[in-house]
Write a protein that binds this ligand. Structure first.
Ligand SMILES: [Zn+2]
Ligand SMILES: [Zn+2]
Length: 320
């Protein structure tokens, strides 16, 4: 296990830049208020779900038109390091239930290699990314103002990624989001009715089914029983109770993959009933999707114990 040193720099607009592995440059900004005041949440009174309104997102850096590393904002020397963040437009006068948005979004840059992707990371790069995820998730989950932390990646322009440089995001939310809330409610119901953990039962059921794609002593990889997307895959930890929302003892760490494709070159477009009613129609039977995924050969560099990293926090000077 190697130490991965962490350094904290600040952009002029207050955003933090955490550099893992040693500072390679400096920013001269001072910490500023947390959030742009125009970013807020609105309550949809019909579904009781909160919707984030973030006009600044439309001004986020784009490189989908500029495919070269020289023009990429995340590449070393790119505009994001440092980057003058635009002032979001004023929102219109609001009628209806609103709240200030107190969540946080962090961006994780995987590698300096512009042409790489998550799947093309070397074993060492991958282990460093996982160490960063663990460090960020631990810190964000430990903040009692946060109710839910989600690490995710939207690769490719098909799913709306506007920057080609390999990166992922972490959302730290002040409310449990609708799907996670429904999942938590299902776990509580299962515990009340059956007396066991729903994730334990589902993982066991995946492992014994013909929807299984792969497994080892720690994880079960399977197409879910009621998959909504043709090649949806869930990688569930066998270990019970990890990174759960507050007061939810029944929970498992899971990596959920939602590819948009229904065939190698055909994207699935949401039908009206899917968008309007939340009623999903899957074009591929989960058992057939698992059979096809099992046949794929995925080249993977083996990960040895001495490839792993643990983040080394800088020592905080004792207060006199
Ligand atoms: Zn780049
Ligand atoms: Zn469990």
């Amino acid at each position: 296990m190697h130490d991965l040193p962490r350094h904290e720099l600040h952009h002029a607009d207050g955003r933090r830049l955490l550099v893992y592995g040693g500072p390679s440059g400096f920013l001269d900004g001072e910490p500023a208020p947390d959030e742009a005041p125009t970013t807020h949440e609105r309550l949809d009174v019909f579904t009781r779900a909160w919707v984030g309104i973030a006009p600044a997102r439309n001004a986020r850096p784009l490189d989908s038109v500029a495919e070269t590393a020289e023009q990429c904002p995340f590449c070393p020397g790119g505009s994001e390091v440092p980057f003058p963040y635009p002032t979001p437009p004023q929102p219109p006068p609001l009628v209806g239930p609103t709240e200030s948005a107190r969540g946080k979004c962090e961006v994780v840059l995987y590698t300096h290699r512009h042409e790489a992707s998550f799947g093309a990371l070397s074993a060492i790069e991958l282990c460093r990314v996982v160490a960063v995820w663990i460090d960020r998730a631990r810190e964000l989950w430990s903040d009692t103002a946060r109710s839910y932390v989600c690490v995710f990646e939207n690769p490719g322009s098909e799913v709306g990624a506007t920057i080609a440089h390999p990166h992922g995001q972490i959302h730290a939310l002040d409310r449990v989001p609708p799907i996670a809330a429904a999942k938590a409610a299902a776990h509580r119901r299962h515990r009340d009715q059956v007396g066991r953990c729903l994730s334990c039962d589902a993982t066991l059921s995946d492992a014994r089914s013909d929807r299984i794609v792969s497994e080892n002593e720690s994880f079960v990889v399977a197409v879910p029983f009621a998959a909504r997307w043709p090649f949806e895959v869930a990688i569930r930890a066998r270990r019970h109770g990890l990174k759960a929302p507050a007061d939810e003892p029944d929970w498992h760490l899971a990596f959920e993959l939602y590819p948009l494709h229904r065939a190698s070159r055909t994207a699935k477009i949401r039908a009206s009933v899917e968008t309007g009613l939340g009623l999903f129609l899957n074009d591929v039977a989960p058992e057939e999707a698992a059979r096809r995924l099992t046949r794929l050969t995925v080249p993977a560099e083996p990960i040895e114990l001495d490839t792993l990293f643990v983040v080394a926090r800088p020592e905080v000077a004792a207060t006199p």
